[in-house]
Design a protein around this ligand. Structure first.
Ligand code: SF4
Length: 95
């Protein structure tokens, strides 16, 4: 298990969607903006919470396979609206 900080820039996000096909942690909301699903949080509540945010930041505790999925999701975004950081050092890991 490892932790990653995942940030979706909801201003940049154009709702094209390939990110959501790579990981169960991302879904598109009604405005077709990517939302990072937070384990234990009700999805509809989360959609409401992030609706007016410019950025959504979440620290996820992930298996190795899930980490790979998150990187694939970020790489799949054609406009690079998904950022990945090491939450401990703050180092930007992607893009
Ligand atoms: S691939 Fe990028 S632009 Fe498309 S929904 Fe995901 S974050 Fe938004």
């Amino acid at each position: 298990m490892g932790k990653l900080k995942v940030v979706v820039d909801r201003v940049l996000c154009e709702g094209i969607g390939p990110c959501a096909e790579e990981t169960k942690y991302i879904e598109l909301d009604r405005r077709h903006k990517a939302v990072i699903l937070e384990p234990g949080k009700d999805k509809e509540k989360l959609f409401e919470e992030v609706a007016e945010k410019r950025k959504q930041e979440v620290i996820l505790d992930l298996t190795i396979d899930e980490e790979d999925e998150i990187f694939r999701a970020a790489e799949a975004c054609p406009i690079k609206a998904i950022f990945i950081y090491d939450p401990e050092t703050g180092e930007q890991l992607y893009p």
